[in-house]
Design a protein around this ligand. Structure first.
Ligand code: SAM
Length: 442
């Protein structure tokens, strides 16, 4: 029994039938499809490949992809959702933004069991574990369902850079980015969106980012990157992150090269009080410890006695062999109302020791082991307030401890920023789609 169909005077095969016709394995055929050597189209869950494309491949000739584009445009109307995979998914900041744009998640992965609990609770899917298991062989790579867009906020690691002429596998081996690259190379999706800390730009003297760029370009993607700050999206958190949108070259038209990612509105000045929960009682908000409150009080009652308002604190409070005991602790109220504590004098090398914000200003980036403390209301931000700082809905409940929830929020992306980046990516793809249609009908 065969699914072979004849459409528009062409015989159309499924993947298995086509592999048997060519006398090659399914995975070799799949690889050729992904590398665009044999144009094919997925209708529902089945690949469709026309006989002409197979014969051309056997004869070493290329096939005009427009024969497939015709099928694609017809099919777009029935399944108009773009499919994505959510790698290093955390609590699904990318997923939330992509779903708002009507995209469909077909695979997610994170190897942290507490993250998996939160993700399952919020989205109903348990993420797969260690992503490295999915890149061990073609068979494993094929287990990731077909998709259009890859999202990944991968941990930043140095590459042992050995030379420009190496292929990406050698250049990136031993890092988690290597596994992202393997998945991209195998599946060749239409687009990718990567996120990382701002420091990626200077990491390993810039070589880490350069290797990432080279790898993605070598795999056939045009890149649009920038540092984007959540503060410019009306969120009172100064979170600067590197974002990179990659679009497969065959979908790009020259005029898109100058496209710039939206960086938000620089005139906005959001303040923390906009996300503060005023009904909080002392039980569910953690107070700043007494020792720290004492230092803060000391600062305000003594700042007028110190030149430039830089207050020197009592050294004897700190063990003499520690840096604080040796070099002294100083505090300073900045014009933006943040109160900074330093070890050492300004004239010498100073190390920031503590940082308190005010409800009339913004928070620094929340990270896994740090959440903002406000000197004016003498408490830390709560889980619910940190949800708002990352632009998640505030009524989401965490099925894990508060400590895990703060860690997961600190690792997450700010949803408001990702929504904008996804919108930009869709705009570029839309421009590309109209280009394909123009080419076909023009
Ligand atoms: C910076 S966070 C990304 C957070 C995510 N973008 C979000 O919105 O919440 C990186 C995540 O990668 C996960 N991770 C690290 N190594 C991994 C691996 N080998 N396989 C799968 N996930 C991994 C960590 O558990 C962590 O949740």
């Amino acid at each position: 029994m065969t699914n072979k169909k004849t459409t528009q005077n062409m015989t159309v095969f499924t993947l298995k039938e086509a592999a048997a016709y060519l006398k090659i394995s399914d995975s070799t055929l799949y690889r050729n499809i992904k590398k665009n050597k044999i144009p094919a189209k997925k209708l529902g869950k089945q690949w469709r490949i026309n006989e002409t494309a197979l014969n051309n491949w056997l004869m070493g000739k290329s096939t005009n992809p427009n024969t497939v584009v015709k099928l694609e445009i017809k099919d777009k109307k029935s399944t108009n959702k773009l499919r994505f995979i959510d790698l290093f998914c955390g609590i699904g900041g990318f997923r939330r933004a992509a779903e708002k744009h009507n995209m469909e998640c077909v695979f997610s992965s994170d190897n942290d069991k507490f993250v998996q609990e939160t993700y399952s609770h919020w989205y109903g899917d348990k993420p797969h574990g260690d992503i490295t298991a999915f890149t061990e062989s073609e068979e494993e790579l094929n287990k990731i369902d077909d998709f259009d867009v890859l999202f990944a906020g991968f941990p930043c690691q140095p590459f042992s850079y050995a030379g420009r002429n190496e292929g990406f596998e050698d250049k990136t081996r031993g890092t988690l980015f290597f596994h992202v690259a393997k998945i991209l190379d195998h599946h060749k999706p239409k687009a990718l969106v990567l996120e990382n800390v701002k420091g990626l730009k200077s990491h390993n003297k810039g070589e880490t980012l350069e290797t990432i760029r080279e790898t993605l370009k070598e795999m056939g993607y045009t890149l649009f990157e920038d540092i984007i700050n959540s503060y410019h999206f009306n969120v009172p958190q100064y979170r600067e992150r590197w974002f990179c949108v990659g679009i497969r070259n065959d979908l790009i038209q020259n005029s898109i090269d100058s496209f710039k990612l939206n960086k938000g509105n620089m005139n906005l000045k959001p303040e923390l009080h906009s996300i503060l929960d005023n009904n909080i009682n002392s039980k569910n908000a953690q107070k700043i410890p007494l020792f720290e409150l004492d230092r803060i009080r000391y600062h305000f009652s003594n700042m007028k006695h110190f030149e430039n308002g830089r207050v020197q604190h009592d050294n004897s409070r700190y063990a003499p062999e520690t840096k604080k005991g040796k070099h002294g602790v100083y505090s300073f109220l900045k014009p933006d109302k943040t109160l900074r504590f330093h070890i050492g004098d300004v004239a010498k090398t100073q190390i920031q020791e503590a940082y308190y914000v005010h409800s009339n200003t913004y928070a620094p980036a929340i990270i896994a082991n740090r959440r903002p403390k406000l000197w004016d209301i003498q408490r830390f931000l709560t889980v619910r307030e940190c949800l708002k700082l990352q632009a998640f809905p505030e009524d989401l409940e965490f099925p894990v401890s508060d400590a895990q929830a703060f860690k997961q929020l600190g690792n997450s992306v700010c949803v408001a920023v990702v929504e904008s980046v996804v919108k930009d990516m869709l705009n570029i793809l839309d421009m590309a789609q109209s280009k394909t249609q123009l080419k076909q009908y023009g």
